[in-house]
Design a protein around this ligand. Sequence first.
Ligand SMILES: [Zn+2]
Length: 322
Amino acid sequence: MSELTFAAVDLGGSKIAAAIGTADGRLVAQSAIATDSHEGPHGVLGRLALLVRDLAALSGTTPSALGLGVPGLVDVANGTTKFLPNMTGEWRDVPVRAILEPQVHCPVSVLNDARLATLGELTYGHGRNARTLVCLTLGTGIGGGIAVDGALRLGPLGAAGEIGHQTIVPDGPMCTCGNRGCLEALASGPAIASRGMYLLQCGRAPLLRDIVGGDIGAVTTKEMAAAAARGETIVRDELVRAFEYLGIGIANVVTMLHPDVVVLSGGLTEIGSLLLDTVRKTVLRRVRMFPATDVRIERSQLGDTAALLGGLALSAQTAVGR
Ligand SMILES: [Zn+2]
């Protein structure tokens, strides 16, 4: 008998990544297309299903189940989307599972993308040898996920683990969720870049200005990291300040859960040691009730395939469970 295969899809605001793979985390076929979410749910889901069928044909297999990650909140039990802030079109209460199952000819499970990536880390990444795991995806937003004692913690709404939306500064900047001073509003890519733009605008970051050729709109954390590496202290201080906020957010979670490992992924982690070292130091400084030296804080080994691998793990569970 040939090996069972599973399908995984990571639906994002700009692209749909899909893969066919095996339960041991081997991706046998992989592809991506633009989301074009202005087409609305039915258009997007139709193309998503076509992508899965094409990959299945390419791999010469019939996937036993599909695990799908979406950028927002979902009704996990019913496979219905609830709140997808980064997708244009009306995505509230879309019965994604019911729409997709007849088109992909297998059971479909739907999870928030950061929780799906957490399942990927737990099954195939740094979590393989861990019981309790915390994941943060650092990019345009700050996504999060938690696994406790080997099981993904979803909560009744699949919303548990939104680490980016804990309050860090009570009267801090407004967040996309409506709260003030969330970790995301202080330490996401755009939040940090806005501080770089401010420094550039008031003439205090000449090196950063050179790097972006005077174009304020071109400032991202990448250019800020380059300016910091070339000795622009004021820019470096802004980065460190944001990474200390991140460290405080992680220290709060470490105090509550005492996880084995905290996994960081997303574009911001490309900054490397300045981020990791600052976070590690801040966690040690802020967790005082027990020595947090045994809590590993690591960069993901799975990179942007974590959610796809989580999709394989989820669909492998679904296929066994039905
Ligand atoms: Zn928030």
